[in-house]
Design a protein around this ligand. Structure first.
Ligand code: 4GX
Length: 246
């Protein structure tokens, strides 16, 4: 998978290529990451990428031309056609289904805007999809782009080692994760649940599934409403509810 990012801060975005699962995906050739700086596509001596908004108002707006030239060169850097994505609070809210959709594209060009935003005509001329990583305002699209890069990289075949794929599995079925514990067995009087110490794998899996169902019910009932639970899951959840009734 190739991801190009149009950004005024390539050093920030390139951090994902240097460590962790994303760094390993790049090392293994699973993911190619390239940044394109609109400032390199300016033609004035001040290298201007933004300007005042028509109609007045606070802040600055990113100009079309430098962005468009950067997108054009990003498109031309590889044969495979790209899906151009603008990261913006106005975009569709990103969830795991959205990540699966984006990770299924052979190429993405992510536009990381700054300031008050980008001239709407760039969106009309070049952007295929707009995505938001959440209903809050960042200082720019770079962190949002890095979230997309990380979440997509984890879905690339071969990106996760065994130690990571379990974590991925626990989220792909739409439930929150169960609690996790490691040594020592007791901290400040808080003991690890006995079932996890007994070595009975069937019981451990049952307990973990029940905890995942129960925590989802308690913390994110909206996620549970989207799921068709099996009869076994319904029974486990009912057991959890009985055990945790206020
Ligand atoms: N939340 C988010 N999920 O994706 N991106 C964000 C996010 O907050 N930002 C900050 C503002 N940037 C510039 C901007 C402002 C207004 C309209 C379009 N672009 C984009 C990226």
């Amino acid at each position: 998978m190739r991801i190009d990012v149009v950004t005024l801060f390539p050093d920030l975005v390139n951090c994902v290529a240097g460590c962790g699962i994303t760094g390993r995906a790049v090392e293994r050739g699973l993911l190619a990451l390239h940044c394109w700086n609109p400032r390199d596509y300016t033609e004035d001596r001040h290298r201007t990428v933004d300007d005042r908004p028509y109609g007045g108002g606070p802040g600055m707006v990113m100009k079309v031309e430098p962005l468009r030239r950067a997108v054009h060169d990003a498109r031309g850097a590889a044969q495979v056609p790209a899906t151009v994505v603008n990261l913006s609070p106005q975009g569709r809210r990103l969830d795991q289904a959205g990540v699966r959709h984006l990770a299924s594209r052979p190429r993405l060009i992510l536009i990381a805007g700054r300031y008050e935003g980008i001239d709407e005509r760039l969106v009309e001329l070049e952007v295929d999809e707009e995505w938001s990583i959440g209903d809050y305002i960042l200082s720019g699209g770079e962190l949002a782009a890095m979230v997309v890069i990380d979440a997509c990289a984890r879905l690339l075949p071969g990106a996760l080692g065994d130690e990571d794929s379990a974590e991925q599995d626990s989220f792909t079925d739409g439930l929150l994760d169960c609690p996790h514990y490691t040594r020592p067995e007791v901290i400040e009087g808080l003991a690890v649940p006995q079932v996890l110490l007994g070595g009975h794998h069937g019981e451990i899996e049952r307990w973990r599934r029940k905890q995942a169902l129960g925590r989802t019910w308690e913390r994110r009932p909206d996620l549970l409403e989207k799921l068709e639970l099996s009869e076994a899951d319904e029974r486990l959840l009912e057991e959890y509810r009985r055990e945790h009734a206020p």
